[in-house]
Design a protein around this ligand. Structure first.
Ligand code: C2E
Ligand code: MG
Ligand code: MG
Length: 938
């Protein structure tokens, strides 16, 4: 189409251009013609002038000038022969050329132009006798006389007519002086006759060429019109072919089946090669054109659809209806059916009634299948909805929640039949919701709908019987294309049982099962909620760490009863700003907020102390109270409780019920402990790590001052904290069980050093090392020691272990047996720090020990007590009575030594003689103080 328009436009443009070219060519040609005619005219005139000039000059030349000179130019000449000859010559000359009219000779006489002779017969009326004045003579006639040149005049009108004269000057032969003028007159008609003839000829030629030009133009135009016509015909042909191709393409590729039929038959083909059944028709029905034309469409129609189709067709045939459409099934050759949408319309080509109808069919089997699935789905949905454990609904978005659909589960849930809720027939859904939830639910729905989001809520519902049920609802808005809410749809399920469980679980989650107090988890939630509360907050922790002793002593029932009683007693202390929580089985915590000063907390502590004091059973185990103000640490409950515990553990130990406020120093101590423990754990396990090493303190004879042995003392050089005393790290190692590998390392180091000493020839120097309870109680202690002795090849009789009295408190029998075994190996056993523990001298007797080391405490006393006041001497003598060797520890002063010597103390150990030394120094002092020949056994 676009092409056609373009072509048309192009043709129009071409037409116009041709026209313009022709007009321009025509004008150019016209101009050229005029120019040519003008030129022809001019050249003819010029030619005439030249010819007559030549003629006149030739005639003038033929006239005898001598004869002429003899003429007077008056009537007297008439008689002169010269005149007669001249006149005859002029007459003859004028007759020679018919174009000539008048020939004459003029001369100037007394300022007048007079005739000398003319060509007129004497009897002619126009005859001019000699001397006749030429009165009409113009200036042009005088010009040749003056200039001596031939002159051709302009057309001159006189009484004889209009003339053009050729005037040739006649000169005297001797002087050349102009004596007369020879004139020849041509009538203007004759003069211009030649030019006119020439111009007319030229004009005719131009006209002829013009005619040819016009003829050519018309021929060209005609030819062009013909070719345009031809082009149009060709275009029409192309269009026809195109539309035919289009028709065939559409027909062949149409996604709907097209067939032309007559009555009950399909038509094979129609004239002009127009197809009658398209490929899609064949495809849908699964039959070729030949197969289709061989049967009636009734035979191909599904039996269930034949009747309706025939009914419609008959109406169509009789003209009752213009056409019809229906959904019908065809049976394909393989027996399967295919659903189609069929349209039948009348078809009349060139009034040929043979082709009665055109039938269009569309394959709708997929749609039908979807409809079937949809129907099945809907049915399944209904079955599903009615069997749902709850109530599925569709309701209006109004305050009543007017129900449009309610599933059968409604009755089980609400006690009302589904029908009674539809359109608020008997009751509206909102009436089933307790008042406290009505506004809440409405607001929630509004919020969710505005976000086009789902609503999920739990709330209570009152059933027909008045029972309150917990329900869970999930629903969503249904919107139209513009986003307006059409309805709400959802499901409501009875969750009463789950809710009960949840409440129970929640209770259990937040309460201590024994006392019913809120637990630590709930405490955490409270703290978290009140994080931003800008008031003073504190936690008071009641720590009953030894409460297990009550269980062990009086039984668990008693313990539980006591704990409940304690909880209820502590609850009495609570107020609006003071709440009680149970942190663990043996720890309570008060959470105090909005208090004014520390004094309030101290007074609360006293109240707690008083309460504890009212319970005698508690006095047997005691309790510590730690208080933390949140200003002193972070709000994190874990940290608060940890700090409260630190405070509780830092109380003074001389009261049954004690309290202590947490401070930064406590925290630092805890941090230090953590650091030591962590570093120690790394150090101990790596035997190459030299942060753990051993120093040896000499033990000397009290009287002799000779080294009899060494005590191996563990040393720990921390990276961060520097040198850490064993008094600090040993208890920590015991607490963390690190004491076992640590003890093994010390023991091995001590044995190796002893081996060195022995190798130096000191065969009777003793080596003792400290053994903690944990080490000794381990089954492998003995085997480890024996193996180390075996490996180092030291004399076991030179070995000694130092144990503390506390060891015997709980495991007396077991320990004593072990000591017995050690003794049998020759290993000496010393009771370290004697006098500070629980043990008594009376019990020492039964112990398998060899030696008592009197604690520095008793040695220090010697410095400020009078000798008779000190009991140190008594301890020494009693120990001796028990058969034990006595070593005094921490002897720093000579006075102390004196006392000890006087009181028969066997050995002394202390800075007085030497501080603990590194192995090299220890060896050096040994060699210096103990020359080998003087060395003696202990
Ligand atoms: P201990 O076994 O009673 O050791 C004697 C302590 O008294 C040593 O302290 C020693 O340096 C110190 N001492 C000795 N003479 C004097 C003195 O004249 N003046 C003063 N002020 N102190 C003196 P040290 O080395 O700090 O050890 C302390 C405690 O650590 C030891 O007391 C022992 O109970 C324990 N200990 C040391 N090493 C080990 C070990 O390897 N294993 C075990 N289980 N405990 C060890
Ligand atoms: Mg010791
Ligand atoms: Mg000691």
């Amino acid at each position: 189409m676009k092409n056609l328009i373009q072509q048309k436009l192009q043709a129009n443009i071409n037409d116009k251009t041709t026209k313009y070219i022709f007009i321009i060519a025509f004008i150019a040609f016209l101009c050229a013609g005029i120019i040519y005619m003008h030129f022809s005219w001019n050249s003819s005139i010029k030619e005439t002038q030249e010819e007559v000039t030549r003629l006149a000059e030739a005639a003038e030349a033929g006239i005898s000038k001598t004869q002429l000179l003899e003429l007077n130019g008056d009537p007297s000449d008439l008689d002169k022969l010269n005149y007669q000859e001249l006149k005859n010559g002029l007459i003859l000359f004028s007759k020679l050329d018919k174009k000539l009219r008048f020939v004459y000779i003029l001369a100037q006489r007394q300022d007048q132009i007079v005739f000398l002779a003319d060509s007129e017969e004497p009897d002619s009326s126009d005859y001019s006798p000699p001397g006749q004045v030429y009165s009409e003579a113009y200036r042009e006639y005088i010009e040749p006389l003056q200039s001596g040149k031939t002159v051709i005049t302009k057309p001159i009108e006189d009484r004889w007519g209009t003339w053009i004269s050729v005037l040739v000057p006649m000169k005297k032969p001797q002087t050349g002086e102009v004596m007369a003028v020879f004139g020849v007159d041509y009538p203007t008609e004759t003069w211009y006759g030649y030019a006119v003839t020439q111009t007319v000829q030229a004009g005719f030629a131009v006209a002829c060429i013009f005619m040819v030009f016009i003829a050519l133009y018309f021929a060209f135009s005609q030819n062009r019109a013909l070719s345009i016509e031809k082009q149009k015909l060709m275009n029409a042909d192309v269009k026809l072919k195109e539309s035919e191709t289009l028709f065939r393409t559409v027909f062949d590729q149409a996604t709907i089946g097209i067939a032309i039929g007559h009555d009950e038959q399909y038509i094979a083909s129609i004239p002009d090669h127009i197809p009658s059944i398209n490929p899609m028709y064949e495809k849908i029905l699964g039959r070729t054109q030949e197969e289709l034309t061989a049967v009636s469409w009734k035979d191909l129609t599904h039996p269930d659809d034949v009747a309706l189709d025939v009914e419609y067709y008959n109406k169509f045939k009789t003209g009752e209806i213009d056409g019809y459409d229906m959904e019908k099934r065809y049976v394909r050759p393989d027996g399967t059916t295919i659903w189609t949408h069929m349209m039948v319309s009348p078809l009349r080509l060139n009034n040929n009634t043979r082709y009665t109808h055109i039938c269009l069919i569309e394959d709708i089997s997929k749609r039908k299948e979807m409809e079937r699935v949809l129907y099945d789905n809907q049915r399944s949905r209904m079955v599903l909805l009615d069997n749902l454990p709850g109530m599925a609904y569709r309701c209006c978005h109004d305050r009543e929640w007017t129900m449009e659909f309610v599933s059968q589960g409604c009755f089980a849930l609400t006690g009302y039949h589904a029908d009674s809720l539809i359109n608020n027939k008997e009751i509206c859904f909102n009436q089933l919701i307790p008042e406290k939830y009505q506004e809440f639910l409405w607001m929630k729905w509004e919020e969710r709908l505005s976000e086009h989001a789902k609503l999920t809520e739990e709330y209570e519902m009152i059933t027909a019987s008045g029972e309150v049920k917990w329900v869970w609802e999930q629903g969503q808005g249904i919107y139209d294309e513009e986003g307006n809410i059409i309805a709400l749809e959802g499901l409501i399920i009875d969750i009463t049982e789950r809710k009960k469980q949840e409440i129970k679980l929640n209770y259990m989650n937040h309460h201590d099962t024994l006392t019913g107090l809120y637990n630590r988890r709930y405490f955490e939630e409270v703290m978290d909620r009140e994080k931003t509360l800008n008031v003073k907050k504190a936690v008071l922790l009641v720590d009953l760490t030894n409460f297990t002793l009550i269980n062990q002593t009086f039984g668990y029932n008693f313990g539980e009863k006591l704990m409940k009683e304690l909880a209820s007693n502590l609850l009495l202390i609570c107020s609006q700003n003071c709440r009680l929580f149970q942190i663990s089985s043996d720890r309570f915590a008060f959470y105090i907020k909005a208090y004014h000063n520390k004094k309030e907390l101290t007074s609360l502590c006293s109240t707690v102390m008083d309460t504890l004091n009212t319970m005698p059973a508690l006095k047997t185990v005691g309790a510590s109270v730690g208080i933390v103000e949140t200003d002193d640490c972070s709000d994190d409950l874990d940290t608060i409780l940890k700090n409260a515990l630190i405070a509780a553990e830092n109380v003074h130990e001389n009261q049954i019920f004690r309290y202590s406020f947490f401070n930064k120093k406590m925290e630092e101590a805890v941090m230090r402990e953590a650091e030591i423990k962590s570093e120690l754990s790394m150090v101990v396990l790596n035997s190459e790590d030299d942060r753990l090493f051993v120093e040896y303190q000499p033990i000397v004879g009290a009287k002799t001052n000779q080294i009899v042995g060494f005590e191996a003392l563990a040393r720990f050089q921390s990276d961060k904290l520097g040198r850490v005393s064993p008094l600090e790290f040993i208890p920590m190692a015991e607490e963390t069980q690190l004491i076992v590998p640590l003890g093994q390392r010390i023991m091995r180091a001590a044995l190796l050093f002893l081996k060195q000493i022995e190798e130096k020839g000191f065969n009777d120097i003793a080596m003792s090392f400290n053994v903690s309870t944990i080490q000794l109680l381990r089954e492998d202690f003995m085997s480890d020691l024996v193996q180390a002795i075996h490996e180092t090849q030291v004399t076991s009789g030179n070995l000694g272990i130092e144990i503390t009295e506390s060891l015997f408190l709980n495991n007396y029998q077991e320990i004593n047996q072990k000591l017995e075994k050690l003794k049998r190996l020759g290993i000496k056993i010393a009771i370290d720090d004697f006098g500070t523990g629980y043990s008594s001298l009376a019990r020492e007797r039964e112990l398998n020990v060899n030696c008592l080391k009197i604690d520095k405490y008793f040695i220090d006393k010697l410095m400020y007590l009078k000798p008779e006041q000190a009991i140190t001497g008594d301890i020494i003598s009693m120990a001796h009575k028990l058969g034990h060797l006595v070593i005094a520890e921490g002897v720093e002063q000579e006075e102390q030594r004196q006392y000890l010597v006087e009181n028969n103390c066997d050995l002394i150990q202390g800075y007085l003689f030497s501080k603990p030394l590194l192995p090299e120094a220890a060896m050096e002092i040994l060699e210096r103080k103990n020359p080998r020949e003087n060395s003696k056994p202990i």
